[in-house]
Design a protein around this ligand. Structure first.
Ligand SMILES: C[S@@+](CC[C@H](N)C(=O)[O-])C[C@H]1O[C@@H](n2cnc3c(N)ncnc32)[C@H](O)[C@@H]1O
Length: 277
């Protein structure tokens, strides 16, 4: 498969470039243009520097599971523009039940002075957290999601100042050491590759104040998971309960409890952890 891809790649690029040149020539001599022609020349007007990453992304999404490491495949897929827009709308109405059943009982004793929500999407959990937090920091891989949050909540919401950070999908580098009292992530890390979660857990440890707590909802599929998350139930990743405990231990965090989270036919986990004083 890899060989075929390597061989096909230059031919594919050359064909795109050739098609572009031919279309430009046709346009110059004023040939009649069909609807298809018009839409194709719209895309060929993109500079090559934008066309190539587009093609690479499409090829990776189509064939990536044959040759890309699980982490790259995962991050590449989750980087798709507007991937979750329909989901955000659909999921919004479910948050009241999920909050009362899964979330609040597990986090009610946390210190909400300074809350970092990882991967807030369109902000359905944020809306809840803003009722109890003193300061909020929203960290998201995708700008399109944070723009929705920014539109929804502004810089200050009900007196709570909000910081918005678009990150690289694996670290919290613009968050200060020992500045966060609650880490929160619900219905997002369930999709993250285990190695991405390992990176984040080390970052949680760095940014948490001593005594701070974290609540992260994650997958339990482990090695049963296909590296292409689209092939797994609810796009769950290869994380497990045991690995979460191990990564916390490595990052000098203590796991307090792990809660089953039933999710439409499967059972996820929410791990609650703390940074020792
Ligand atoms: C299913 S949506 C859930 C959003 C929100 N938590 C909710 O409950 O509606 C998953 C979100 O995770 C974000 N995401 C995906 N991979 C990420 C990563 N590696 N780091 C941070 N955010 C990520 C996506 O952009 C998306 O907004």
């Amino acid at each position: 498969m890899l060989t075929v891809l390597y061989q096909a790649w230059p031919i594919f690029i050359q064909a795109r470039v050739r098609a572009g040149i031919q279309r430009t020539r046709r346009a110059r001599i004023g040939s009649p243009r069909t609807m298809m022609d018009r839409s194709m020349s719209a895309s060929s007007s993109k500079p090559l520097s934008r066309v190539i990453p587009d093609i690479a992304r499409r090829l990776a999404l189509r064939f990536g599971h044959h040759f890309m490491p699980a982490r790259a495949l995962n991050m590449n897929f989750l980087a798709r523009e507007n991937l979750w827009n329909d989901y955000y709308e659909m999921a919004e109405s479910g948050i009241d039940v999920q909050w009362d059943r899964d979330v609040w009982p597990a986090i009610q004793d946390f210190n909400f002075t300074s809350v970092l929500e990882l991967a807030p999407g369109a902000g359905r959990n944020t809306q809840k957290l803003l009722k109890i937090a003193k300061r909020m920091c929203l960290v998201e891989y995708k700008k399109y999601a944070l723009e929705i949050c920014e539109k929804r909540f502004g810089d200050v919401y009900n007196g709570v100042p909000i910081t918005y950070i678009v990150n690289n999908g694996r670290d919290l580098r613009s968050v200060h050491n020992h500045s966060i009292t609650t880490i929160y992530c619900y219905d997002s890390a369930v999709h993250f590759d285990r190695s991405v979660l390992e990176d984040y857990i080390h970052e949680f440890s760095r940014v948490m104040t001593p005594g701070a707590n974290g609540f992260v909802h994650h997958s339990t599929l482990g090695d049963k998971a296909n590296p292409d998350i689209r092939r797994n139930p609810h796009w769950r990743s290869n994380m497990t309960k045991q690995l979460f405990v191990q990564y916390c231990k490595d990052a000098k965090l203590t796991v307090l409890k792990q809660i089953d989270i039933p999710w439409y036919g499967i059972v996820d986990c929410a791990t609650v952890f703390t940074k020792p004083i």
